[in-house]
Design a binder for this molecule. Structure first.
Ligand SMILES: Cc1cc2nc3c(=O)[nH]c(=O)nc-3n(C[C@H](O)[C@H](O)[C@H](O)COP(=O)(O)OP(=O)(O)OC[C@H]3O[C@@H](n4cnc5c(N)ncnc54)[C@H](O)[C@@H]3O)c2cc1C
Length: 269
């Protein structure tokens, strides 16, 4: 239950309201309004509606893609400036009504295990622009912000490096079912050799994260056939058995997802 609702007219007003104990930022509300704060079911003392205060732009700025934290999943899926892997990740949120409301910033704030956008953003090396009360905007690597979330994310900057190949993916038993795994990966090919590989997975821990151990399997080598990738990746994954599926099933699906994504990766620009 939300006990109090505030609609600030500026970011400064929003930070004032958020400074009051028990306040949370409300973007699309598709996660916050299920009444779970930091993983615990709870009443919300004060919802501070930040809708309309954050940029919704998705645009190329030089060699980077700028994504405003206020951008909805649907807008991202339809943005001509966004690479196919990012648009595809936004579309894996199966329900269009939810995509219309859910924002990029909210996906980072919710930081769910099977987050749709987080793996591909980590793989692409996104930088987060965030702001605390009474300070100017700061920039850090997204993985650092996710490790210790603070303030409000204002935007993301994603390097679009010529020749980078990338892919995203999601595994679930049916298209509308809860995800058992999500993946994002990016690399270059130097001749046949895989270079600068970054692999991130959701579903194998409380939050989506980079998997350096998977990178180490393939970095500097030519890409093996899918069956060999699956065999090598599966033992590196650990999962919990729950309503989404058994641990072995999830590990298998995750390994297949990585193999498929490595082989399907497309050049960004
Ligand atoms: C039917 C349904 C299906 C869903 N399917 C998926 C799915 O397929 N994939 C997926 O990843 N998620 C899914 N979700 C979860 C949720 O929709 C996403 O996490 C979504 O991105 C949250 O965005 P939001 O704008 O609604 O955030 P909110 O619910 O408004 O906020 C979520 C959290 O993020 C914080 N927050 C919001 N904006 C910012 C910001 N700019 N900076 C810092 N913190 C912020 C809030 O304080 C809150 O703690 C689903 C939810 C529903 C209800």
């Amino acid at each position: 239950m939300v006990k109090d609702y505030v609609k600030p007219r500026s970011l400064d007003e929003a930070f004032e309201a958020l400074a009051m104990p028990g306040s949370i930022a409300l973007a699309g509300g598709t996660f916050a309004l299920i009444g779970e704060v930091h993983g615990t079911k709870a009443d919300i003392e004060r919802a501070v509606d930040i809708g309309g205060l954050l940029s919704e732009a998705v645009e190329r700025r030089g060699s980077e893609l700028y994504v405003g934290a206020g951008c909805s999943f649907q807008a991202l899926a339809e943005a001509p400036a966004a690479p196919a892997c990012l648009r595809a990740a936004a579309l894996t949120m199966a329900n269009r009504n939810t995509r219309n409301r859910a924002t990029v910033g909210g996906n980072l704030g919710a930081n769910k295990s099977c987050a749709s956008l987080v793996p591909i953003l980590l793989a692409l090396g996104a930088q987060a622009e965030y702001k605390l009360r009474d300070s100017g905007p700061r920039h850090i690597a997204l993985e650092q912000w996710l490790a210790a979330p603070q303030g409000l994310v204002l935007s993301l900057s994603i390097p679009i490096v010529s020749g980078t190949r990338a892919a995203s993916g999601r595994a679930s038993r049916t298209s509308c079912d809860l995800a058992t795994a999500t993946v994002g990966l990016a690399f270059r090919l130097e001749g046949n050799a895989v270079r600068d590989l970054r692999v991130a997975l959701g579903g194998f821990g409380p939050h989506a994260m980079l998997f350096p151990a998977i990178t180490a399997l393939f970095e500097g080598k030519s890409l093996p056939p899918k069956a060999d990738i699956e065999k090598a990746v599966e033992p590196l994954l650990s999962a919990l058995s729950d309503k989404r599926g058994g641990a072995d099933y999830k590990k298998r699906r995750g390994a297949v997802l990585v193999a498929d994504a490595l082989h399907a990766a497309e050049v960004l620009a």
